[in-house]
Write a protein that binds this ligand. Sequence first.
Ligand SMILES: Cc1cc2nc3c(=O)[nH]c(=O)nc-3n(C[C@H](O)[C@H](O)[C@H](O)COP(=O)(O)OP(=O)(O)OC[C@H]3O[C@@H](n4cnc5c(N)ncnc54)[C@H](O)[C@@H]3O)c2cc1C
Length: 464
Amino acid sequence: MRAHPAEFELLAPSTLPAVLSLLAHEPGEWLPIAGGTDVMVQYSAGKLPARKLVSIWNLPELRRIEISADEIHIGAGCTYSDLREHELINREFSLLSMSASWTGGIANQNRGTIGGNIVNASPAADSLPALLLYDTELLLVSVRGERRLPYANFHITYRKTQLAPDELIRAICLKRQFSGYYAHARKVGARNAQAIAKVCLAGLGRLAGDIVDDVRLAVGSVAPVPLRLSETERIIKGKPIDPQLIQLAKTAAAAEVRPIDDIRSTSRYRSAVVGNLVAEFLQQLSAKNAQSENKTKLLAQWNALRPDKAAEEILPCCGSKAWAREMAARRPILDEAALFAACDDVWTTLPESDWLEAFRSHPRIGDSHAPAAAPAQSSVWSSAEQQRVGAAGEDVKSALATGNREYEQKFGRIFIVCATGKSAPQILDILRRRLSNDEGTELREAAEQQRQIAHLRLRKWLSA
Ligand SMILES: Cc1cc2nc3c(=O)[nH]c(=O)nc-3n(C[C@H](O)[C@H](O)[C@H](O)COP(=O)(O)OP(=O)(O)OC[C@H]3O[C@@H](n4cnc5c(N)ncnc54)[C@H](O)[C@@H]3O)c2cc1C
């Protein structure tokens, strides 16, 4: 039965050391609460394991995302929205942003944390298969110091973990070695959002020519803990993807899992779905290979153009003529990774006047048509990028128009944001926040947004 709130004690120290000393003083007595999206469900069900709660929500030490040349450390208190909005996570660890995008609804994504998902240890948790594939390590902290533990060893069995009673997860450590992989994630549930997975699969694959050079597969909801499909991976690795391999992998994957019957699904159904999801992953990996051959062909054609033609063709991806000329001068550019690296390098070294020229090629947020001087392709892309803004309610559109006016008065140019994937209310929040920037900070933020737009457009250009 649910206890009365007055029977609980809640403390919210403002620093990590203060929380850790509380946990150390009475180990097991204090239950950390981050976003509370699992803890409050347990409270409502009368199943909270403690009467003393210590809030770790918003501890700065747990909210940081730290990037070095080899690793990224995601603070355990980062929310799903933080993951979805982070450019490097989207680019290099897209399985995490994909699973974040279907974890509950937007309110849950603003509140639920990655650390909470790991410690809550549900076999159906959406982000856990991705963590298995990225060879994640967890940084655990207590008054005794810090230790790093491979995530693969963290979940011992159903809802049991290696976390000591006085410990917290401080950060999730990921090696930056997966950018060349095709990433694929699927959740099968009653609905895509707001539903517990019947099965979820995360896959990473890399091809060398036609041969599968590396493959990593993990599934959730089919065993007491998230499971790596090691036997299926062994069968796939080193072979070309053909119908025979797909059938072999499908059978092996279905046999490798240990699902149970429960209210959401039967064990037989879950095994069959795992087999089908692995088959789908292999089909898409093979299709991606064909797409990547097309991209290589397109780049080869572009490399062969006259410099002025090559600059003209790539100009809509950015809008700055100096950027386009310098990109053309850097040819031959042989693959996608080199194209993005050149894009960033050229963009960050341009003078401010060229940045401003790129900004001027965009329509104002809320107007879907690019300025008349912008290339025709730029106008087409702008309409698609602002699709979700166009569908917003009149109140949000009117607030955006007011915000745009204030922005233009303050900074003397239009507001630049990478609108793809963002809703109109999210863009409005960003606009309001950036209105309080000083000129230098704002110029850098706008330039970073423009860099992200250029990446998205280069991807579209290569897929044409
Ligand atoms: C409406 C709704 C929809 C949901 N949909 C999904 C879904 O689609 N997919 C999914 O996977 N989950 C879903 N969840 C579950 C939940 O949102 C996630 O598991 C979330 O990540 C939990 O994070 P939190 O910060 O809210 O954790 P909390 O509830 O604060 O804590 C959960 C557990 O983790 C511990 N904890 C939290 N942070 C730390 C830390 N840094 N170190 C040590 N211990 C810690 C707490 O002590 C507690 O035991 C849903 C929940 C709700 C209410």
